[in-house]
Structure formats: C-alpha cells, structure tokens
Design a protein around this ligand. Structure first.
Ligand SMILES: [Zn+2]
Length: 481
C-alpha cells in the first residue's frame, strides 16, 4: 500500500475525520475543503505569533479571496500550554466575541469556570475554527468546537505531535492533566512545505511522540494478555504494521527531507486515527507519556521554558525501552504465583499507598482515583500471573518484535536531535527514579509496572535501569547544558 491507499483505508476506521490531505504546496485547497464541509458558515483562523507567518496569513488570504466570511485571532504569546484558560478563550472566539477572547487570554485574575458549563447551543451564527498550528492550538480548537457542537479544520504547521487527529484533547484543568473527550478535526490539511519549515526541534519532538508508540504498543499487548483492555484490531492495524517503517529514516528527519517528514506526519496522524477507532488514547500512550504528564502537572521548566510534549515524551520513551530491556532478562516462567497472590495487597492498602505517594502532588487524589479503577482482586491476579507464566517465552518474543532496545532508540533520538538523557530536559536521574511510583498509579490503564507489581519484581525492575552500567546509571548524572 502506498501513502494514499493507507490514508484512504485509515479514513474508513476514523470516526470523526472525513478529509486528510497531505502534500507539497496544498494550502490553497483549504477554502474548497471548508466549503465542502461547512457550506454557508463563517470561519475564524486561529493562529499564534509563530504559526500566523508560517501558514495562517496565507490561509486567511485564501479564505477571504474565496468569498468565505473569515475572521482571524492570533494568540499573542511566545509560549503557552493547553490550559483551561485557552479553552475558554477559544470558546469566545467561536462565539464571535473576539474582545472577550482577548480579555480571557490576558486576564491576570483569571479563574477557571466549571467545565460542564461551557457547552453552547449549536448555532449557524458561530464561527467554524480553522486551526493553524500544532498541538496546543489544535487541542483548543478541538475542545471548543465540541462545546459548540460543530466540526473544524486543522491546518498543521509542524509534524510535532499525534494530537492532530486524535479523539480527545489533553488539557490541564484544576491542576491535573486531563483528557476531555471530543471529536477529532473534520479535516486535516498538511502542507509538507510548511512542515519542513517548522523548527527542527518540533520535528524531533514529533519523531519522539511517534516513537513513543513502540513501548506504548508493547504495554497495550500486556494489557491485552491481562484481559483488561483487549487490542482493537481496527485501531492496531491502522498504525502498528507501518510504525517501524515510519520511524526508519532518522537521518532524513535530521536533514528535513520532505518525504521523511511526511512519513512522520502520516504516522502521527495514523496514531490519531487509531485513537479515534479505539475511542481512547490506549493505542498511542502508556507509561512513557505519564512522565511527561507529571512534568506538565508540576509546571516543570528548563532554562525558564516549558518543555514541549514530544521532547518530554522522548525521555519517557527511552526510560520505558530501558524497562523492557531489563524485563526481558527476567524469566517469568519461574513466577511463584501463589506467593505473589498471598502477598497481593488489598484495595484499602493500595488506596493508602496512593494517597501517601500523591500527598504533596498538585492533584493529591489522582493516584487514589486511578488505583480504585484499576485494582484487581487476588483471584484475578492469580489468573493474570498464571497466564504470563504459561506463555512467557512466546509472549516475550512478540514483545521483543514490537519494542526497541534502549540503545537503538537512543541512537535514533541522537540523529533526529531529540533528548537522549533526562538532563536534556532539566530532569535528574534521581528525579526520574522518584517519578516511577506515580507513573505506575496515575492512570487506570494496565501497564508494564502493574504487571511487575503483581509478579513482585517491581522494585528490582525499576532499580535495575539505574544501576552502574545501565541506561540511567544513577552515579552518572549528566550536567545540565
Ligand atoms: Zn503524545
């Protein structure tokens, strides 16, 4: 299958996205796509000070030249994260109240309103968003469009994240990074000439966010075996059979070769389609993303700057590849299932542990809520461990076919210019080590660490990657550059 055929096949399983156009010099098609999908409606181009000159201004020009009543809103910030303030701002933009949007954007006394009160009665008077940007702008337009009961067009300016085509928006609300359910864009237009002109770190970031699917897929395989979240073939097949190929040209990414960048963008979009098909981010995200979520929730900065999603995820991805390297050294056919079951904590004990671990975290109840959802009783744990013990040799082989070694991943990240060490994002190995208990507990989905907890090899596994000569040798802290 070539790219066009793959995209056509993917659109069949994508529940929300109707149009995905990718190619060089294709920005001028935006008005046609708009007219076809939203006949008679008004548009608003939403951009920021970087994406306006990159593509926004052109798109605005094409839209007005095509006779579509079009407004524009340029977010006047050098950096901003997907926080609730910007959702409310975008809600006001789609209402057509640009003054109010500007006030919310800059209000020094801003306080979040109740999320459930942001839904509007759908109306033809509302503006359809043409989001011109990458992760954050797209997430804002996605959720605000949902609040208005309407679709939108995403014009991508960088192959930097997988959120373009995903179902749901990841927003910080009430101090916690949360995924709000909302449909993906109705149309995605990606002009490769624009994508290759994005800053190199953004493409590196996209490469890493796509590479994150390597360990994330392996963790989904584990959840599948455990019977907690079975693999959904439509979602799996849209991304995973081609994942290694999408990632196979790191040198091309480093050189900003149009085909290599287009491959990454296609992969990222496919991963969004997989999420649409699964109605969840399970196909695209597991523990490697949670390290990044912790950093977002604690407002982590390096050299005064917020670190981008993919750049943070790179460190999580390397870490989980290292975890898998070490996990493959365990012989799980030797699991002492009955001892593990005997030692398995009660739900009360797990809840207490979660409360302790998250005590001084910005979202102190997060661990408690999630472990309550994912706790399995001792009988289930017995079944799960028995299954792993019985099929470990074949299952391990399957996992090894999916996951890359730490060294291989690190080499590729080095070539594309993604982080190769936690110090690259201003995190020490000690800090990374201390994040593990939170990572294990902070999302209800079954992960590789949950299996290690059940099999009583969690401490040994986690500590092993910090041993001398291993991935994040704790005595070899790298200086911050
Ligand atoms: Zn991601």
């Amino acid at each position: 299958m070539d790219s066009k055929e793959r995209i056509a096949a993917a659109l069949k399983v994508a529940t929300d996205t109707k149009v995905f156009e990718m190619g060089q010099g294709i920005l001028p098609i935006v008005p046609d796509v708009f007219k076809k999908l939203f006949p008679g409606r008004k548009a608003v181009v939403v951009a920021d000070i970087n994406t306006w000159p990159a593509a926004g201004e052109k798109v605005y020009g094409y839209m007005t030249a095509a006779g579509i009543p079009t407004e524009k809103y340029i977010i006047d910030k050098e950096e901003f994260h997907a926080e609730w303030r910007y959702i409310e701002m975008t809600d006001a933009i789609l209402d057509g109240d640009l003054k109010k949007a500007n006030f919310i954007e800059n209000d020094p006394e801003y306080t979040e309103t109740e999320a459930s009160k942001t839904f509007r009665q759908p109306s033809e008077d509302h503006y359809i968003a043409v989001s011109v940007g990458a992760g954050v702008i797209n997430d804002c337009c996605k959720l605000a469009s949902h609040h208005h009961g309407q679709g939108y067009i995403c014009v991508a300016t960088a192959a930097s994240v997988d959120g373009f085509s995903s179902f749901g928006a990841s927003i910080t609300y009430q101090n916690a990074k949360q995924t709000f359910e909302c449909p993906a864009p109705t149309a995605i237009v990606a002009d490769v000439d624009v994508l290759v002109n994005a800053p190199r770190w953004m493409v590196a970031s996209g490469y890493a966010d796509l590479a994150a699917k390597i360990p994330a897929g392996a963790e989904w395989m584990i959840a599948d075996l455990m019977g907690t979240e079975p693999i959904i073939p439509d979602a799996w097949n849209v991304l995973y059979p081609n994942l290694h190929q999408y990632l196979s040209n790191p040198e091309g990414i480093a050189a900003l070769d149009p085909q290599a960048v287009a491959d990454i963008f296609e992969g990222l979009t496919m991963s969004g389609f997989a999420m649409q098909a699964a109605r969840s981010s399970r196909p695209a995200s597991c523990c490697e993303h949670l390290f990044s979520h912790i950093l977002d929730m604690t407002h982590h900065r390096f050299h005064g700057k917020l670190q981008s999603h993919g750049i943070q995820v790179a460190v999580g991805t390397l870490t989980m590849c290292a975890i898998f390297d070490e996990m493959f050294k365990f012989d799980l056919t030797k699991l002492d299932v009955e001892t593990c079951v005997k030692c398995w904590p009660t739900i009360d004990e797990e809840q207490m542990r979660a409360i302790e671990i998250f005590r001084s975290f910005p979202a102190p109840k997060l661990g408690y809520t999630e472990i309550t959802k994912k706790y399995n009783d001792a009988a289930t744990v017995r079944e799960q461990l028995t299954k792993v013990k019985e099929c470990w040799p074949e299952f391990k082989k399957k996992l090894q076919g999916q996951v890359w070694s730490f060294e291989k991943m690190k080499k590729c990240f080095e070539i594309v210019g993604a982080p190769t060490d936690p110090s690259d994002i201003g995190v020490t190995r000690h800090q990374l080590h201390d994040m593990f208990p939170k990572v294990q507990l902070m999302r209800w989905r079954f992960n590789a660490l949950d299996l290690a907890k059940r099999g009583m090899y969690y401490d040994e596994l986690v500590n092993s990657i910090f041993l001398p000569g291993h991935a994040w040798d704790i005595n070899e802290e790298q200086p911050f550059k």
